[in-house]
Design a protein around this ligand. Structure first.
Ligand SMILES: Cc1cc2nc3c(=O)[nH]c(=O)nc-3n(C[C@H](O)[C@H](O)[C@H](O)COP(=O)(O)O)c2cc1C
Length: 416
């Protein structure tokens, strides 16, 4: 359900909200700003701003967290400005980043009463594999930029809490070490570059490591304008090149070690076409999931090209500045694949009720990105564990109130 233009805020109101949102970022003015925002209409963005505004002090331990937003404040307090900027940024005006959140406010749960909901089962099957919960960890690159234990801490947390982790090509820990910490093979996210040989090398390696699924990111072209990041980076006086030099592609990334990356300049590749998907299909027996599909046209093409699943994603608002939230795009993608392959979604999922709404609209599972990285940044493995725990618990509450005891019972009629 996309917001009709007529229901979008008028320009004057929009700029007032923009100003108030800016004020909401200030610890002193946040409570006043969020109250004024509420009086402007009370949409989800406003409510989220209010929740964030209520967090006046960063939590001192994971146990103190009431919800995942509290880890955001704690992460911001701990990270160097440039790393915080990299984590929090969208592109251009961050409109898509915000739309990912507001999209969830367009749907509401339809509670059902007098159903025995003492037992709740969140498990499901995806790509022929059992997963204990529909909440997966999205691929996020360079996790050692957020905590010294990086991907290892995340993998251990995922193992403890029994969630499936998806590992980025831009990982700062090798897939073999992450698999060992995860206790079972992770799913692998692939950035196609301009070199087929590099792709083949990566696939061969993750196949040997036992990874059953490869998630191909298709939404990163040759450039993206991360203005929020660039602005915050200006306030950081450390020399970035001391830790990571962008001049030699892949030099600091373990997954590129041993591969001939000469001639490759970036993992952002504007030359990607369906021919690549066909070639990959012939190359590997791994399940192929396309990450970044947001339209019915591309969903239909995906089915025609024999992929095994889709992740409706806009890279957490870091790819195109379309202004659509991923939940806005989900129904048309679900309709287009007509049950032939599973559809997953990520972007802006911060509450168990968000997970529930996505499942009700036809997603088979969801991925979260920033929330677990907030947990990692603030408290390492323990922070990630608490974030996962909170989301699962909130999903359980939502399922109980909707009278749904299993994921199969969550259907379109559960939300209005
Ligand atoms: C700091 C950061 C790094 C990311 N790195 C990758 C990556 O290496 N590969 C990828 O496919 N997606 C990457 N993503 C996108 C996530 O996989 C995911 O689509 C997004 O974070 C979901 O939105 P959310 O953060 O609102 O939950 C990254 C996102 C963030 C915030």
């Amino acid at each position: 359900m996309r917001t009709p233009l007529s229901s979008q805020p008028a320009p004057a109101l929009a700029s007032r909200r923009k100003f108030l949102r800016f004020l909401a970022g200030s610890p002193l003015l946040a409570p006043i700003a969020s109250r004024l925002l509420l009086s402007d209409g009370g949409d989800a963005e406003v409510r989220a701003a209010d929740t964030v505004a209520m967090i006046e002090q960063a939590i001192a331990s994971p146990e103190a967290a009431l919800n995942v937003f509290e880890f955001e404040a704690a992460a911001k307090a701990k990270l160097p400005p440039a790393h915080w900027g990299y984590l929090s940024t969208g592109v251009e005006d961050d409109a898509t980043l915000r739309a990912n959140r507001t999209a969830f406010s367009k749907y509401h749960l339809r509670p059902r009463r007098l159903i025995d909901v003492r037992k709740i089962d969140q498990s499901t099957r995806l790509f022929g594999l059992d997963v204990k919960t529909p909440i997966l960890l999205a691929p996020v690159g360079s996790q050692k930029a957020f905590h010294d234990d990086g991907e290892t801490a995340v993998a251990r947390a995922a193992r403890e809490q029994r969630h499936q982790m998806i590992l980025s090509t831009q990982t700062t820990t090798s897939v073999e070490d992450v698999n060992a910490a995860h206790g079972s093979p992770v799913w692998y996210q692939l950035y196609p570059t301009s070199s087929w040989e590099v792709t083949k090398g990566l696939i061969k390696r993750v196949q040997a490591a036992g990874c059953p699924v490869v998630m191909v990111t298709v939404d990163q072209l040759s450039f993206r304008s991360t203005e929020t990041f660039q602005r915050i980076r200006r306030t950081d006086d450390r020399d970035c090149a001391e830790c990571h030099s962008p001049r030699v592609f892949g030099r600091h990334k373990p997954m590129y070690q041993g591969l001939n990356t000469a001639g490759v300049t970036s993992n952002l590749f504007a030359g990607l076409t369906w021919e690549f998907v066909d070639r990959l299909r012939k190359e590997t027996t791994l399940k192929i999931v396309l990450k970044g599909i947001v339209t019915r046209e591309d969903a239909q093409l995906s089915v025609e090209h024999g992929v095994d699943g889709l992740l409706v994603s806009n890279h957490g608002g870091r790819a195109e500045e379309s202004g659509w939230g991923t939940l806005d795009s989900l129904p048309e993608v679900v309709e287009a694949v007509a049950g032939k392959i599973p559809v997953l979604i990520d972007g802006g999922i911060r509450r168990g009720t968000d997970v529930f709404k996505a499942l009700a609209l036809g997603a088979r599972a969801v991925c979260i990105g920033r929330p677990y990285v907030w947990g990692l940044s603030a408290f390492g493995q323990a922070g990630v564990e608490k974030v996962l725990n909170l989301l699962r618990l909130e999903l359980e509450f939502a399922m109980k109130h909707a009278g749904t005891r299993s994921l199969q019972e969550i259907t379109r009629s559960c939300v209005g």
